[in-house]
Design a protein around this ligand. Structure first.
Ligand code: PBG
Length: 330
């Protein structure tokens, strides 16, 4: 009696394994998040994100050129806004000469081919660290959406290729699409954070931008009234389908690893590109474990990235992008 099939034949050595491998990682898979600060000559390591930095605009130029040389062709911009410029309505977000607007121009100037996506949300600009305007002890939806639409327009005007609303307000994709169309930005795309969960994995990111929700009496210190409950699956499909109907070009699921069931489900359901954000806490966990010598950094990193792509990600936003590309180019 022999086994009818011997699956191990296809695993005999690396040549046959690579011949039949289903998921291949390349620089084209990645969107690189970049953190930007005011100032000159600044390259500041983020304490909870080892080997990840905030850049001032002058040093951003060098970073962007390096990314381009290594084959990374898309970036996602985030800005750290000085405390003195924050208010409830995120007024600074609309400043045509604000840090984000200058960052977009800087990237496009040094590297015109680089695809520039921008984070659209109020939290880095909000004195309360929330993604919406607060009124009568509540995060209000529709007035927030108005600001998000203006903010998107401002990014498009500065040269952004895509805006990426990460706020989870209702109806913002339609409002942004209409605002862009009205002003002639018909080619500016929208990558919607469509299934964004209220996750504890965003901690290090909020350190990076100093954007954690503030301690205020009337509002809980979390984002659960707008970001999704991680217990829910159908809600992710509903959110995503609505964003596509409203005009999203790319949809995103966030975080990554704990949500790969959702990624696969949405990938099977929709016909637009699906992005996954492997978030700051996922990055921090692996860096910490590797630092302690408990996990093999590169091996676990590749396993995670491959799993995200296998689950259905067409686009991966990841702080590991540079590390991965260095590894596959070596
Ligand atoms: C802001 C925003 C967040 C992230 C991306 N955009 C934080 C939040 O919603 O609190 C998280 C990214 C990460 O953790 O890497 N709207």
């Amino acid at each position: 009696m022999y086994p009818l099939r011997r699956n191990r034949r296809l695993r005999t050595n690396e040549s046959i394994r690579s011949l039949v491998r289903e998921t291949i990682i390349s620089p084209n898979d990645f969107l690189v998040p970049l953190f930007i600060v005011e100032g000159k000559g600044i390259k500041q390591e983020i304490p909870s994100m080892p080997n990840y930095y905030r850049f001032s605009l002058d040093l951003l130029e060098h970073e962007v050129k390096e990314l381009w040389k290594s084959g990374l062709k898309s970036v996602l911009l985030f800005v750290k806004v000085p405390e003195s410029l924050k208010d409830n309505k995120g007024t600074e977000a609309l400043n045509p000469n604000g840090l984000m607007q200058r960052a977009i121009k800087t990237v496009k100037n040094v590297c015109p081919g680089m695809l520039v996506m921008t984070d659209v949300a109020l939290d880095p600009y909000s004195s309360f660290g929330h993604d919406g305007i607060i009124q009568d002890g509540k995060i209000i939806n529709d007035d927030t959406v108005d600001v998000l639409a203006q903010m998107s327009l401002s990014h498009a005007l500065a040269g952004a290729d895509f805006v990426a609303p990460s706020d989870m307000m209702d109806g913002r994709i339609l409002a942004i699409r209409e605002a862009l169309e009205d002003d002639g930005f018909t080619d500016t795309g929208i990558m919607s954070y469509s299934a964004k969960y209220a996750s504890a994995f965003y901690g290090p990111f909020r350190d990076a931008l100093d954007s954690a929700p503030a301690d205020i009496k009337t509002i809980p210190k979390d984002k659960k009234s707008y970001q999704m409950d991680y217990a829910n699956r159908f809600e992710a499909i509903r959110e995503t389908e609505m964003d596509i109907d409203e005009g999203a070009d790319i949809v995103m699921i966030k975080p990554g690893l704990c949500y790969l069931d959702i990624v696969r489900e949405i990938k099977n359901e929709v016909d637009v590109p699906v992005a996954v954000y492997q978030v700051s806490g996922e990055y921090a966990m692996l860096k910490a474990a590797a630092e302690k010598g408990w996990l093999d950094h590169d091996a676990v990193m590749m396993e995670q990235i491959t799993a995200i792509k296998r689950a259905g990600a067409d686009v991966i936003a990841s702080y590991f992008a540079k590390d991965v590309v260095k590894l596959i180019n070596s």
